[in-house]
Write a protein that binds this ligand. Structure first.
Ligand code: PLP
Length: 367
């Protein structure tokens, strides 16, 4: 066992560097200054996304936040309508609901993952509930089979915010398979990066058409409202090129996570749970620290160069933020989850010594 004083500070980057001259070449050769070509570049990217995720329709949009705005709008969320979501997600998921004048309603999570708790969901649904939003955090799948069956039985559309979950699967299918609308971000911190950007996946033709039209000024027909949330062809071209590498990237993340997982046996800590049949993309690896010692472990990791998203973003239940306080509804299971874990980076740029260092630090932690 290592002495904690013997551990050096080795700053570990929590972000994959997406730099490659191939990306740039693909990007520049696709943009010719002809409007027609630009349009085709975006459609080609959308087709590639639909086929990669094995869903009927994809729509490229300007950001993950735009994807959520378009999703709520395509489901006709109006002022005063209610949208149910977990308080464990980022502010990015709730602001578009507030912008539409709709009412965010917090539902507690399960005790074992970031999925909505079905008993609590039954308590918060009302006649005004227009949509249910599920947010699998850091790429870890939730119990989407049960949730999607329940949403269907109540006749309420299910939106999945999969901004972390490119490549996560359940029952061999992308998580997007289980939602009516799935929203992704391709912001530079996400597994597929176009700098800024996002996309949406759909199983239903009519919902897809409404979303597409809304994101393009209602097709400028003067009857259907919409605004511009289109993705630029420069970013679409970059996304198309990087999508070819996404499967390898997810494989590399899983291989790194397997190394860390076997190393965890030398520590007092365990990996966060995944539902049966679920596979995470390891956007980040989640480790259970326990509520009593989580803060002190996270500080210890930080002192030794191992960053945590929990510390970086000050993760806490959304209703603890002033702007969301008016919607406060205590969700003790969600609070407990956020206060008991940390994230570890396992992206493909990390070296074996970085992975070993993270395990050494965890193994050296003493209360
Ligand atoms: C990043 C993120 C968003 C917002 O995506 P942007 O592309 O930054 O607008 C929304 N939801 C979740 C869960 C995210 O992580």
């Amino acid at each position: 066992m290592l002495d904690r004083r013997a551990l050096q500070v080795r700053p570990i980057s929590d972000k994959l560097k997406h730099t490659s001259s191939d990306d740039l070449a693909a990007c520049l050769s696709g943009i010719t200054g002809q409007g027609q070509d630009a349009h085709e570049i975006v459609e080609d990217y959308e087709q590639a996304l639909a086929s990669w995720f094995n869903v009927p329709h994809a729509l490229a949009v300007s950001s993950g936040g735009a994807a959520l705005t378009v999703a709520y709008s395509a489901l006709d969320v109006q002022p005063g309508d209610e949208v149910v979501l977990p308080p464990t997600c980022p502010l990015c998921t709730i602001y578009p609901i507030m912008q539409l004048g709709a009412v965010p309603v917090f539902c507690d999570t399960r005790t074992d993952n970031f999925g909505l708790d079905l008993d609590d969901l039954a308590r918060v649904i009302t006649a005004r509930t227009k949509a249910i939003v599920e947010v699998p955090m850091w790429g870890y799948p939730t119990h989407l089979v049960e949730l999607s069956a329940y949403a269907k039985s109540r006749g309420i559309p299910l939106i999945l915010d999969l901004a972390h979950s490119h490549g996560s699967t359940l029952g061999g299918q992308s998580l997007a398979h289980y939602g009516d609308i799935s929203c992704f971000s391709t912001h530079d911190r996400k597994p597929l990066s176009t700098g800024e950007g996002g996309f949406m996946l759909f199983r239903d033709d009519a919902v897809y058409r409404r979303a597409r039209s809304f994101s393009r000024f209602g097709d400028l027909d003067g009857r259907t409202f919409g605004i511009n949330h289109k993705l630029s062809p420069v970013q679409a071209s970059l996304g198309r090129s990087r999508l070819r590498k996404l499967a390898n990237q997810v494989e590399a993340r899983r291989a790194n996570a397997a190394i860390v997982r076997s190393g965890l046996e030398r520590t007092d800590f365990e990996e966060f749970a995944t539902p049966a049949g679920g596979q995470t993309n390891y956007y980040f690896m989640l480790v259970q620290l326990g509520r009593q010692r989580a803060k002190s472990v996270i500080d210890f990791l930080d002192t030794h160069g191992v960053p945590s998203d929990i510390k970086r973003y000050g993760c806490k239940a959304l209703y603890e933020f002033p702007l969301c306080a008016p919607y406060r509804r205590a969700c003790p299971q969600a609070e407990n989850l956020l206060a008991s874990i940390t994230t570890l980076p396992v992206h493909p740029d990390l070296r074996r010594e970085d992975l070993d260092h993270m395990i050494d630090v965890l193994a050296a932690y003493r209360e």
